[in-house]
Design a protein around this ligand. Structure first.
Ligand code: HEC
Ligand code: HEC
Ligand code: HEC
Ligand code: HEC
Length: 188
């Protein structure tokens, strides 16, 4: 065999040796267990905490809000889009045995003035006082920023898909949106 070939074979052997050594460090454990991916990925995903609840369960306990939502302009939005993941909240109240409607009186939220008004009558809505323990409480985002996530004028957002407002020119610039637009039925 010519001398060059022997050297080439040697060089190749060294490279292949390095490749397999490095590979053994970098290929994760459980690779290829079930297929061309980490077998542990499946176990990790299966072990993730459940965060979202089935929307049907929200409706069972909150008939009133669900009813309002279904009839209004926000009907296409799901509870948990605004209130955040509700799995823990559900489980908590299911275990409490409070399987039925928290009626609006006990919820202590009063919306006495539901007419859309352009006057600054800020006393019309009282803040909801929740009795749910912190850990199981859902957010009730009543600030302007929250609504503007979806409704702020944005040239990249088709007006046909979602109505937008110019915040600098939409009625009272300091007033909370929900003073005029009840969140579950914003045009009522
Ligand atoms: C567009 C966003 C949005 C959607 C969708 C939505 N909510 Fe709300 N919800 C709010 C906001 C904002 C408040 C806080 C109102 C306040 O502070 O007066 C609220 C308050 C509440 C409250 C507490 C006070 C009350 O009015 O009784 C409950 C309970 C509630 N929502 C349940 C639901 C349920 C159940 C659904 C789904 C059927 C739902 N919400 C869908 C925005 C939303
Ligand atoms: C087993 C009954 C039950 C289920 C299921 C349930 N809730 Fe509730 N929820 C309650 C009760 C009772 C309260 C009243 C707490 C209070 O204000 O005293 C409440 C309060 C709330 C509040 C006010 C804030 C808070 O956490 O106290 C919101 C918002 C809410 N629920 C939304 C939801 C959504 C969204 C779902 C579905 C993911 C849901 N609920 C499922 C019973 C339930
Ligand atoms: C997740 C996105 C989202 C959030 C958050 C949201 N909305 Fe909406 N809103 C919509 C969609 C979608 C519609 C139905 C399409 C439309 O009419 O623009 C709608 C409709 C409306 C309408 C009726 C417009 C019309 O005349 O047809 C009003 C008013 C409104 N929303 C106000 C609010 C207020 C106030 C808040 C905050 C409490 C809020 N929205 C939060 C998505 C959102
Ligand atoms: C002082 C009362 C008031 C406040 C506060 C208010 N709105 Fe309105 N909004 C109205 C009235 C009245 C209309 C219907 C007439 C119109 O389109 O101008 C309306 C219309 C809308 C529409 C539909 C626009 C369209 O093109 O048809 C959206 C979306 C909306 N508001 C979102 C919001 C959001 C988000 C906030 C908070 C940043 C907010 N509004 C604050 C009174 C108010």
């Amino acid at each position: 065999m010519p001398q060059q070939v022997t050297r080439l074979i040697l060089v190749f052997a060294i490279f292949i040796g390095i490749f397999y050594t490095v590979r053994s460090y970098f290929v994760p454990e459980s690779w290829g267990e079930f297929g061309h991916y980490r077998g542990n990925a499946i176990r990790e995903i299966a072990a993730l905490e459940t965060k979202y609840a089935d929307i049907k369960t929200c409706i069972e306990c909150h008939k009133e809000n669900a009813g309002l939502l279904a009839e209004g302009e926000h009907a296409s939005i799901k509870c948990q889009t605004c209130h955040g993941p509700g799995y823990k909240h559900n489980k908590y109240y299911e275990l409490q045995g409070k399987s039925n409607t928290p009626d609006s009186a006990s919820m202590s939220t009063e919306i006495t003035d539901t007419s859309v008004s352009t006057e600054n009558t800020d006393t019309s809505i009282q803040k909801h006082k929740s009795t749910t323990p912190e850990e199981f409480r859902l957010r009730t985002p009543d600030d302007r920023k929250f609504c503007l996530n979806c409704h702020e004028l944005n040239s990249g957002r088709p007006e046909k898909a979602i109505k937008q407002i110019d915040v600098t020119d939409h009625y009272n610039m300091k007033k909370k949106c929900i003073k005029c637009h009840p969140p579950h039925a914003p045009n009522s």
